[in-house]
Design a protein around this ligand. Structure first.
Ligand code: ZN
Length: 80
Protein backbone atom coordinates (compact mmCIF):
# COMPACT_ATOMS: atom_id res chain seq x y z
CA UNK A 1 0.00 0.00 0.00
CA UNK A 2 1.41 3.32 -1.03
CA UNK A 3 1.60 6.02 1.57
CA UNK A 4 1.94 9.40 0.02
CA UNK A 5 3.33 11.96 2.43
CA UNK A 6 2.56 14.82 0.06
CA UNK A 7 -0.77 15.17 1.76
CA UNK A 8 -0.86 17.36 4.79
CA UNK A 9 -2.40 16.23 8.04
CA UNK A 10 -2.82 19.92 8.79
CA UNK A 11 -5.27 20.30 5.97
CA UNK A 12 -8.87 20.23 7.26
CA UNK A 13 -9.63 17.28 5.00
CA UNK A 14 -6.14 15.82 5.08
CA UNK A 15 -6.99 13.01 7.47
CA UNK A 16 -9.70 11.89 5.11
CA UNK A 17 -7.27 11.72 2.24
CA UNK A 18 -4.80 9.77 4.37
CA UNK A 19 -7.49 7.34 5.43
CA UNK A 20 -8.62 6.86 1.85
CA UNK A 21 -5.03 6.07 0.88
CA UNK A 22 -4.53 3.62 3.72
CA UNK A 23 -7.83 1.84 4.07
CA UNK A 24 -9.31 -0.80 1.79
CA UNK A 25 -11.62 0.48 -0.89
CA UNK A 26 -14.75 -0.73 0.86
CA UNK A 27 -14.00 1.43 3.87
CA UNK A 28 -13.12 4.36 1.65
CA UNK A 29 -16.77 4.47 0.72
CA UNK A 30 -17.50 5.46 4.30
CA UNK A 31 -14.79 8.06 4.50
CA UNK A 32 -15.85 10.33 1.74
CA UNK A 33 -13.99 13.40 0.61
CA UNK A 34 -14.68 16.78 2.14
CA UNK A 35 -17.21 19.17 0.75
CA UNK A 36 -15.06 22.13 -0.22
CA UNK A 37 -11.55 23.02 0.96
CA UNK A 38 -12.03 26.73 0.36
CA UNK A 39 -15.07 26.81 2.61
CA UNK A 40 -12.69 25.67 5.36
CA UNK A 41 -10.09 28.26 4.46
CA UNK A 42 -7.71 25.80 2.88
CA UNK A 43 -6.30 25.24 -0.58
CA UNK A 44 -7.35 22.57 -3.01
CA UNK A 45 -4.81 20.00 -4.13
CA UNK A 46 -5.61 19.30 -7.74
CA UNK A 47 -4.93 16.22 -9.76
CA UNK A 48 -5.47 15.35 -13.39
CA UNK A 49 -8.94 13.88 -13.56
CA UNK A 50 -9.39 13.29 -17.27
CA UNK A 51 -6.91 15.54 -19.03
CA UNK A 52 -9.21 18.54 -19.12
CA UNK A 53 -10.70 18.78 -15.66
CA UNK A 54 -9.03 19.06 -12.29
CA UNK A 55 -10.30 17.23 -9.23
CA UNK A 56 -9.23 17.83 -5.67
CA UNK A 57 -7.66 15.10 -3.53
CA UNK A 58 -9.20 16.55 -0.42
CA UNK A 59 -12.73 17.43 -1.47
CA UNK A 60 -15.33 16.73 -4.12
CA UNK A 61 -14.76 19.89 -6.09
CA UNK A 62 -14.03 19.38 -9.78
CA UNK A 63 -13.12 22.30 -11.99
CA UNK A 64 -12.42 22.74 -15.66
CA UNK A 65 -8.86 23.50 -16.61
CA UNK A 66 -5.47 22.12 -15.68
CA UNK A 67 -5.10 23.37 -12.14
CA UNK A 68 -2.73 20.54 -11.27
CA UNK A 69 -0.04 22.27 -13.35
CA UNK A 70 1.71 24.48 -10.84
CA UNK A 71 2.90 27.88 -12.03
CA UNK A 72 6.71 28.04 -11.99
CA UNK A 73 6.67 31.35 -10.15
CA UNK A 74 5.53 29.64 -6.95
CA UNK A 75 9.06 28.40 -6.31
CA UNK A 76 11.70 30.70 -4.93
CA UNK A 77 13.85 32.04 -7.71
CA UNK A 78 17.29 33.29 -6.53
CA UNK A 79 17.88 35.12 -9.83
CA UNK A 80 15.29 37.72 -9.15
ZN1 ZN B 1 -10.40 20.71 -2.36
Amino acid sequence: MMFDSRFSWLHPYGWRTHLRALLPLAICEWVDKGEDCESRGADHFWYNKDGENSACYYCRIVRGGRHWVKPVSSNSSPTQ
